[in-house]
Write a protein that binds this ligand. Structure first.
Ligand SMILES: Cc1cc2nc3c(=O)[nH]c(=O)nc-3n(C[C@H](O)[C@H](O)[C@H](O)COP(=O)(O)OP(=O)(O)OC[C@H]3O[C@@H](n4cnc5c(N)ncnc54)[C@H](O)[C@@H]3O)c2cc1C
Length: 172
C-alpha cells in the first residue's frame, strides 16, 4: 500500500520513520521546497498552513505532569514561527542556501512524505502508534490511514479491529 501523507509535523515523520522493516519512505528535505517558508514571511500563506502547533488544551508530559497550552501562549508561538520565517527570508536574500537556512526555522514544520508498506508492517505500525501512550499526532495519523487500510484489505481490517486495534498488544 502506498500512502501519501501530508501536513503532519516534522516530529511525527521522525517517529514514523523509526519503523524500518517492510516500510519505505520518501521524505521532503526542504532543500528544494523552502518557498512556502518565504510565503509565510510575505503573508501569502498562513503560519499554520506551514507550521504545526498543537491545539489549545490540557496536556501531560511522560512523567504525568499536567499543563495547559493557553491561547496567549499559542499566539506567542505563532508569532515566533512568523518571526523565524522572516529571519529565514533575510538569510535567503543574503544568499544562503536552503539547506543552510532551514536550520533556523521552528522544528515542527509540516512535512509531506510518501510511505509504502505491506499489510503486516502496517499493522505493526498501527499497533505501536495508535495506542493511548503514543503521541497525539501519530495517533491522528493512524486514524487517517485506517479507512484506506479497511478499503484495501477489509477482511483483515475487520479481524484487526476486533483483536488488536488500540489494545497495545505486543507486536508480532
Ligand atoms: C509510544 C512510543 C514511544 C517511543 N519512544 C521512543 C523514545 O523515547 N526514544 C527512541 O529512540 N525511540 C522511541 N520509540 C521508537 C522505538 O524505539 C522504535 O524505534 C520503533 O518503535 C521502531 O521499531 P519497531 O521494532 O517497531 O519497528 P521496525 O524497525 O520496523 O521493526 C519491526 C520488527 O522487525 C523486527 N526487527 C527489526 N530490526 C531487527 C533486528 N535488527 N533484528 C531482529 N529483528 C528485528 C522486530 O520484530 C521488530 O519489532 C518509541 C516508539 C513508540 C511506539
Amino acid at each position: 500500500m502506498v500512502l501519501n501523507i501530508g501536513w503532519f509535523p516534522h516530529s511525527t515523520m521522525q517517529q514514523i520513520r523509526t519503523h524500518r522493516v517492510g516500510v519505505s519512505f520518501d521524505v521532503q528535505s526542504f532543500r528544494y521546497t523552502g518557498s512556502r517558508i518565504l510565503d509565510v514571511a510575505s503573508g501569502k500563506q498562513a503560519v499554520e498552513e506551514v507550521f504545526y502547533l498543537r491545539p489549545l488544551g490540557f496536556y501531560s508530559d511522560r512523567q504525568g505532569k499536567k499543563y495547559e497550552y493557553t491561547a496567549e501562549q499559542r499566539q506567542q508561538d505563532l508569532d515566533w514561527c512568523l518571526a523565524a520565517s522572516r529571519h529565514y527570508q533575510t538569510r535567503i536574500e543574503q544568499g544562503f542556501s536552503e539547506e543552510h537556512a532551514r536550520g533556523l526555522i521552528p522544528f515542527d514544520i509540516r512535512q509531506h512524505w510518501v510511505m509504502s508498506a505491506n499489510v503486516r508492517s502496517l499493522m505493526h505500525l498501527l499497533d505501536l502508534r495508535w495506542k493511548a501512550d503514543a503521541q497525539l499526532e501519530a495517533q491522528k495519523m493512524c486514524e487517517q490511514i485506517w479507512p484506506h487500510f479497511q478499503a484495501w484489505v477489509p477482511a483483515i481490517a475487520a479481524w484487526y479491529e476486533e483483536n488488536r486495534l488500540k489494545k497495545a498488544r505486543l507486536a508480532p
